[in-house]
Write a protein that binds this ligand. Structure first.
Ligand SMILES: C[C@H](O)[C@H](O)[C@H]1CNC2=NC(N)=NC(=O)C2=N1
Length: 187
């Protein structure tokens, strides 16, 4: 950007263009640049959410990217479920989660065994705090008193979006060791 602008700036000042016109010129460029960068980031959200790459925007997303992102509202008309291939690619970033196909709806699953029923409810509370701050919500199950199972999918579109992986990555960051049943070590 600066390499492109500098020669232009120098030639403008050499020809004594009035200051107001120079500022106008710069401001127009700034507006076009801002428009271009915001369009790029929308494309990249849409592309990584849908798994499409027609826009040429990147589809690669690391765990750090997922942790740094915020879930977007699911009521956009542009939102489409990602393909199974994109889901498989992103699944590598969220350790412990599995992909399930529930009547043609892709979902993320993960299970934990907790020490007690009430520890299961404590687990849910920690997950609920993240879900509320992201505005994206998992299905929470407490089965047979100590099996916590979480399913994540985007209800609004009947499939997976990047939101689901962001939420899964953030749930994985929770400190829940104090709630989990210790595995018995075989002698
Ligand atoms: C506007 C807002 O994003 C929606 O109502 C949200 C709330 N949380 C949600 N959570 C999940 N998992 N799927 C949704 O479709 C959904 N919709």
């Amino acid at each position: 950007m600066s390499r492109l602008l500098l020669p232009k700036l120098l030639s403008i000042s050499r020809t004594q263009v009035p200051a107001a016109s120079l500022l106008n010129n710069l401001y127009g460029r700034h507006k076009r640049f801002v428009h271009w960068t915001s369009k790029m980031s929308q494309d990249s959200v849409r592309s990584s959410t849908t798994g499409g790459s027609a826009s040429g925007a990147r589809t690669f997303c690391s765990l750090e990217d997922l942790l740094a992102k915020k879930c977007v509202p699911c009521n956009s008309k542009d939102l489409r479920p990602m393909t199974e291939q994109s889901a498989q690619d992103l699944l590598q970033k969220v350790a412990g989660w599995d992909l399930a196909n529930d009547n043609d709806t892709l979902k993320l699953h993960r299970s934990w065994r907790v020490k007690s029923f009430t520890k299961g409810l404590d687990f849910f509370k920690r997950v609920a705090d993240i879900a509320e701050s992201e505005g994206h919500h998992p299905d929470l199950h407490l089965i047979g008193w100590n099996n916590v199972k979480i399913e994540i999918w985007t209800h609004a579109i009947g499939g997976l979006t990047e939101n689901d992986f962001i939420l899964a990555a953030k749930i994985n960051e929770l400190q829940v060791e104090d709630l989990l049943r210790k595995k018995k070590v075989a002698n």
